[in-house]
Structures are given as C-alpha cells and as structure tokens.
Ligand binder design. Structure first.
Ligand code: RP5
Length: 169
C-alpha cells in the first residue's frame, strides 16, 4: 500500500510545474511521501481553502506552496491552517519573481510563511527544509540530511581540486 503523504505541494498553475518539480525530486530522494496538485488563490479560492482546511486531518505535516506574480497562495493557505507553510516565489511574470517574493515573504505578524529563494533554488530548498522539519522526529531522515550535506561538500572539494590542476595557486 502506498504511504500516506506527509508533505503537500501546491502550485498556482500547471505552468509552475517545472520549478516545483525540484521540491518533489528532493522529497523523493529522501523517501518522503508527498502529494502534488494545482490550486490557485485567485482562480480557485474555494478549492485552495478546502485543501488547506483538510490537510491536517488527512495527515499532512507541512505544505509547500509555489506561485508567481501576485503570489498569494502560500499566505492564503497559511491563513487557513496552523501547519507550517513554506512559500516558493516563482519567476513567471515580467518582474521575474521579485513580485512573487514580496507577496510571499511580507506576511503580517501572526500568520507566518517560511519564504524560500525565487525559482528552482527556492523549490529545491523547500524540499530540503520540509525534510529538516520532519527530521526533528525521525532519526533516519536526520542521518540522510547529514549525508546530503557531506555530499555537497565533497562535490565542491572535487571541483576545487579540478580547478587547481589547471590554475595552480
Ligand atoms: C500565478 O500566475 C501562477 O502561480 C503562475 O506562476 C502565474 C501564471 O499562471 P498561468 O497564467 O501560466 O496559468 O498565479
């Protein structure tokens, strides 16, 4: 039987999918069950509200919400649940995500959204951040996160070694 999803990934439009897939890739690599769907704060407010209100009951622990332009999705969801909400500002408009960043990060006091960086790096970090939150009660996941950090460091060291061969100090 498939495991029940622990993370919900939402995006404002299917055009956000190439960016938001970075988050799902990370969750898959850590073996974290997730669900992913499209729901817009502006175009489908009822669907978005129903999703946010039912998430906790359905066993979801964290919601990742990615949207572009006047990006109200993460804040809208945060208003409807006390689950942690991670926002990913997407660079889909003519303002290249600066609009989405400000819409996502500038929440009024009392209703937080953990805003990530704009675009793919933000989506990837959203997946990692969700894993870090879940790892607070999962030692196996904590070990995977430490191994992931060690791998990042190893990759940099390898690149530095290659570079120094062609450009000695
Ligand atoms: C936002 O508007 C979506 O999150 C997307 O980033 C952007 C454009 O959406 P589409 O017009 O491509 O559906 O609400």
């Amino acid at each position: 039987m498939a495991q029940k999803p622990l993370v919900g990934i939402l995006m404002g439009s299917d055009s956000d999918l190439p960016v938001m897939e970075e988050a799902s890739k990370v969750l898959r690599s850590f073996g974290i069950p997730y669900e992913m769907t499209v729901s817009s704060a502006h175009r489908t407010p009822k669907r978005t509200s129903d999703y946010a209100r039912s998430a906790e009951r359905r066993g979801i622990k964290i919601i990742i919400a990615g949207a572009g332009a006047a990006a109200h999705l993460a804040g809208f969801i945060a208003a409807e649940t006390t689950l942690p909400v991670i926002g990913v500002p997407i660079d889909s408009s003519s303002l290249k995500g600066l609009d989405s960043l400000l819409s996502t990060v500038q929440m009024p006091g009392g209703v937080p959204v953990a805003s990530m960086a704009i675009g793919s790096a933000g989506a990837r970090n959203a997946g990692i951040f969700a894993a870090e939150v879940l790892s607070l009660s999962d030692a196996g996941l904590r070990a995977k996160l430490k191994a992931h950090r060690a791998e990042l460091a190893r990759a940099v060291a390898e690149k530095a070694k290659k570079l120094s061969k062609t450009n000695p100090r």
